[in-house]
Design a protein around this ligand. Sequence first.
Ligand code: 7RM
Length: 682
Amino acid sequence: MRLPCGCTTKYMATSFCRRVLASSYFGVLGRRGCNTAAFMPEAAGFEGVSGRAALQEFSVSNSESFWAAVARHRLSWIAPFHTVQDCDLSRGRIKWFEGGKLNVSVNCLDRHVHTCPERVALIWERDEKGSEVKYTYRELLEMTCRLGNLLRRHGVKKGDCVTIYMPTCPLAVASMLACARIGAAHNVVFAGFSADALAERIRDAQSSTVITVNQGVRGGKVTELKKTVDTAVQSCPTVQKVFVAMRTDNPVAMTARDIAMEEEMLKEDVVCEPAAMNSEDVLFLLYTSGSTGKPKGLVHTQAGYLLYAALTHRYVFGYHDGDVFGCVADIGWITGHSYSVYGPLANGGTTVLFESTPIYPDPGRYWDMVERLKISQFYGAPTAIRLLLKYGDQWVNKYDRSSLKTLGTVGEPINTEAWEWYHRVVGEGRCPVVDTWWQTETGGICIAPRPSDPEAEIVPGMAMRPFFGIKPVLMDSEGKVLPSNNTSGALCMAQPWPGMARTIHNNHQRFIETYCQPYPGYFFTGDGANRSAEGYYQITGRLDDVINVSGHRIGTAEIEDVVNQCSSVAESAVIGYSHTIKGEGVYAFVVLKKDVDIKEEDLCRELNNMVSKKIAKYACPDCIQFVKRLPKTRSGKIMRRVLRKVADCDLNSLGDLSTLDDPATVQEIIQGHSELLSKQKK
Ligand code: 7RM
């Protein structure tokens, strides 16, 4: 017999199954607040809270009772928490569920193995189309335990930080969970980052252990990940062990510090004692770009992060038992952490790990996968939607998409055309599209169309409504809260929530300065937003010098630092400009040193090579314009606003140029820009 939770009767006699059954049972009978409890069993105990709007309101104004109830209901605790929250945003002090002890890997694995061991946890959609591999909860737990034991044997201890440099694959997930099991923090570095970028992150995280694969495979191309690690660790004296898994059959050179991971895992026991972790112990670091040249390692902790990822996964997408969740983000980004790994697994879900690209081997890849794996929720990036839209509807229509229930987007604003196409063509007009706004810093989705009401109206291209417990506010330039609707301002959060980042690794001062000081008492997101007449939020983009290339964050200062290292370059200014596919493209204005005698073409190639070597390919300039000088104010500040207007061909509103030292520079730059455009057209 198949139960509603997807288990068979054989495994029924457990608390988890009974709880799921009990809660839906009471919901249907409408014991309390019929509507509310049926939709959200966690809320069944909130006396007098009836209806979804009331629940959202309650979650914000009674956030302690709300989060306490949800935390007790959704997480398995080794010891209960005694304090729901202890937060002071003005001082950057954020603590949730203190006193509580738990293990994240137990929450993601063991408790589902007890109830439904043969349920599929992971479907690995390998780069090679049609060769997917499924892993049950039992298999994933086994893999995680073996790896946990292996890491322990090699000296990884509670509190250590393990750097993971791997493609999106089951062993990468097992590595993350194995760290969680033994109490080590993980630091996943996107496998597209260069050796230099990897080394910087290993050093900053003070990792002594790295996990990687021999080679990566993406879009049919092989990348030498182990070699990149070899190069990186040359400048990382802390690294003592490198675990190497085999993604391809090609052997790689191994040194004394390298360990053949799968081979050694086979020798380990399949049982691994989980560490009892405090709620506020570190679960992981994840580096992201800010407005300086140095990326920041945002710190997420155990209970609050896991709870928030699980709850948002369930309610923003309407995930139910038996669904197949398809988040196509790489695990190197926060989206991969929260919605390929932690959210779905905490909910006992089936989650897809997508290793490939949207157009490999052809632009039908996503929809072929949706048909083959029967994906229920598809979660992707606007940049990919815009790209696929250009290839035409036939690539979508070829495949059966009747399994789809919800479509999601994340990473950048989605334009109406792409939204409409996603809704009408991909979703056949019957799947709600949820445009989800959040950040590495927020841990999970904060604003999304219908977190508390699966029936609510959705406006195209808008993130719309705050999630439970989230209280967004807009600020004016003086730092005052804008109370009315139909307004725009800097997006802040007025109260803490469990999923938010706690600090920047080794730099709490920077955390406070970046997020807490700009608007004292509030958490500043760095984004600007509109609030419509109806009170819906629409995110307009970054207010700082961070650009968003295909949904990937990169600081302009990081790119400038690299460009300026070129011996021919005197100075540079990098900005973002609108790009039809990527959302934003990278535009570099470069001033050469006097007497430099190199062809511009060769210089462009050199600069691109440098950026790709020091950072990653995605950060390479789409456009390089050589200029005699940059537009500067009399105090010497580069007027980036003017450069942005020029790059966007928006010459009618250059704004006030009176503070420029020499307004003639602007004319030179406009001239050079139009020459570059006509050259590119040719
Ligand atoms: C999840 C993620 C965060 C930045 C954020 C925004 C932008 C993300 C949306 C969005 C408009 C959205 N984390 N952003 N989602 N802008 N609408 N739905 O992307 O740390 O890598 O980036 O991305 O600017 O601050 S991230």
